[in-house]
Write a protein that binds this ligand. Structure first.
Ligand code: F6R
Length: 610
């Protein structure tokens, strides 16, 4: 959730930290701060609100230091204000700490430290960390040892970076449950919660694992476990580019990512479709195809948009692979007592690969002996690394907090997995080829839908003051109704609900009146006639209807108030098309309401706390 960046080297760290924080702002944006140490001056500068405000504050101070840390916060404990912002420090203000995660036993630690005379000035859980480390430093321990000893007392999750003015040749970083990477440069090194913060400076990355801490100098680093065992870490060269994480002329990352879907969908299937055999080739699943085909049950576990993708996956797997499939919120899965059999396989879907609930569910499933496979976007992320096998969706970095291109790419990967399993079972070559051919046409069809942007913007104008929205769809498009409603709520703050269209008469129909806009996802498929009946039911109650319908449908216009006409494809792939107008509708309504689309209130990309 929060963003972390740290630097040690020969350059002035201040602009490096500020640039890093700007890149990380999508992870949390209620306050920000930096802590710097140089020979003559150590300081902490913090501010409520965005990184740009912190930057303004810093601009006049003429700061220079070769060692520093920066943090952008998403509040868990304590209000988002300057005092609660990171870095936190000890009483002598010469030890600075930035923390991502939650210290679960902070109240006990705080009480103990208070008894030792430590004074607390913030409402955060994180403030115990500098004082706890300080309590070990005062006993004569080195910084590294003190951090190690402190971590032995801390329960909870953390990505931590610490600097200390009595040992200005190093920074210490530690990880448990919150992602942290090292960036290796020439006579300089970096620490960050994700690579986008340091990509401008290096592509040589070391991924820290849970339970590891590392002493980082200008020219080397030493990694150890909390129990003091030295470990060798591999340096990875990453392929991400700076262009991928820029707005590229768009007003918002979200719009760039919506508009980039012809390309991202193409990248997700590149080299993976075997057209003449009507199947797919997925390197990450090569060793487990037999296991997948023999599975008695598939479980898909995820959160939010990724969970919606999982629901579409359920329809695909059951229709074509003929394997019973269940989709479960990761947060529920991890805490109930799920029955897992040896022939079950479990897919964990996560754009970031760092979602705390999904990661915990994966670990729980592993303990129970399940086969756990990941479907992730972020290469090298925790879920990707801890899965036994898996598939990257290759959508490219997704920076907008509202997930868009990851969803369509997740669906592509689920369709590829369906082909892989179904062709091993009873799907015919003809049927396999048909699906593969239709998949290849998707990028062009998405591009066609994106040309409706202006038309959708006009519809957004008509509905920007709505207080509620209802989204209805059937079959494969029921999860799309959920996803459309989620997009609307999270960036427009308009209450929106998604339902299977037939469920409407079991309750939600009571909400319908002349002020209620209803988005029907109504392509011409086998449920079309039923959808028309549902539309009639709404019309009879004066609801206002926006229909996402097939290009070829000339009847629906007479029944509804607004239509968005899109190309057709086969049913299982339709969600990849129907979701696009819903993303654009939510986007334009939010922009018209003057809201910050890329950084909606209370949200953050990558939910690394429970
Ligand atoms: C919705 C959204 C969230 C995420 C959810 C899971 O637009 O962004 O609902 O989908 O937090 O995140 P990942 O996929 O990173 O596990």
């Amino acid at each position: 959730m929060c963003g972390i960046v740290g630097y040690i080297g020969g350059k002035n760290c201040v602009p490096i930290l500020i640039n890093g924080l700007k890149r990380l702002e999508y992870r949390g944006y209620d306050s920000a701060g930096i802590g710097i140490i140089n020979n003559s001056h150590s300081d902490v500068i913090k501010n409520k609100g965005k990184v740009s405000l912190l930057e303004e504050k810093i601009d006049n101070l003429n700061l220079f230091a070769n060692l520093g840390i920066g943090h952008t916060r998403w509040a868990t404990h304590g209000l988002p204000n300057e005092v609660n912002a990171h870095p936190h420090f000890n009483t002598s203000k010469n030890l600075f700490v930035i923390h991502n995660g939650i210290i679960e036993n902070y109240q006990t630690l705080r009480a103990g430290l208070k008894k030792l005379g430590y004074k607390f000035i913030t409402e955060t859980d994180s403030e115990v960390i500098p004082h706890l480390i300080d309590s070990f430093l005062t006993k004569g321990n080195s910084l590294f040892k003190s951090v190690q000893l402190a971590l032995q007392e801390i329960e909870g999750t953390y990505g931590l970076v610490i600097i200390y003015d009595k040992e200005p040749d190093k920074l210490i970083a530690a990880r448990k449950g919150s992602p942290l990477v090292l960036g290796i440069g020439e006579h300089e090194n970096f620490v960050a919660s994700d690579v986008s913060a340091i990509l401008a400076y290096t592509k040589q990355i070391v991924y820290l694992e849970d339970g590891e801490l590392v002493e980082v100098y200008r020219d080397k680093f030493v990694a150890k476990t909390i129990a003091d065992k030295e470990i060798q870490k591999e340096v990875h060269e990453i392929s991400m580019t700076l262009e991928e994480i820029d707005k590229a002329g768009y007003d918002h990352f979200m719009l760039k990512e919506i508009m980039g879907q012809p390309e991202s969908v193409c990248n997700s299937m590149r080299g993976r479709i075997v057209l003449d055999k009507g199947t797919s080739k997925l390197g990450g699943l090569e060793g487990v195809v037999e296991k997948l085909a023999a599975a008695k049950r598939i479980i898909i576990s995820a959160c939010g948009t990724s969970w919606h993708a999982g629901l579409v996956g359920e329809y695909m797997f059951e229709q074509f692979a003929r394997i019973p499939t269940e989709v479960e919120y990761a947060s529920e899965f991890r805490y109930r007592n799920p029955v897992i059999n040896k022939d079950d396989v479990i897919f964990f879907i996560s754009q970031s690969g760092e979602t705390a609930d999904t990661l915990a569910a994966l670990r729980e499933a592993k303990i129970r002996g399940a086969s756990v496979f990941g479907i992730c976007n972020v290469v090298g992320s925790s879920i990707a690394r801890e899965s036994q096998a898996g598939v990257y969706i290759h959508a490219g970095p997704e920076i907008g907090v509202a997930s868009t291109k990851a969803f369509t790419s997740q669906l592509i990967v689920l369709a590829l997995i369906t082909l892989l399993i179904a062709r091993r079972k009873d799907m015919s070559l003809v049927d396999g080829k048909k699906i593969a051919e239709e998949m290849q046409k998707l990028p062009d069809k998405i591009a066609q839908i994106l040309k409706l942007n202006d038309e959708i913007e006009k519809i957004a104008e008509a509905f920007k003051d709505s207080k509620n929205f209802l989204y209805l769809g059937r079959g494969y498009n029921f999860p799309v109704a959920l996803e459309g409603a989620l997009k609307m709520k999270e960036i427009s703050y308009i209450h929106a609900e998604g339902y299977p269209a037939a469920e409407m008469k079991h309750g939600p129909i009571a909400l319908i009146d002349e002020n209620m806009p209803i988005v029907f996802i109504a392509p011409k498929d086998s449920t079309y006639e039923k959808i028309l009946s549902n539309i009639e039911e709404i019309k009879a109650r004066k609801g206002i209807i926006i229909a996402v319908a097939s290009d070829s449908d000339n009847e629906i216009d007479k029944l509804v108030d607004y239509t968005i006409k899109i190309p057709d494809t086969i049913r299982m792939l339709m969600p990849i098309l129907t979701v696009i107008p819903l993303q654009l509708l939510a986007y334009h309504i939010a922009v018209k309401k003057g809201l910050n689309v890329d950084q909606p209130r209370n949200l953050a990309k990558s939910v690394t706390v429970e």
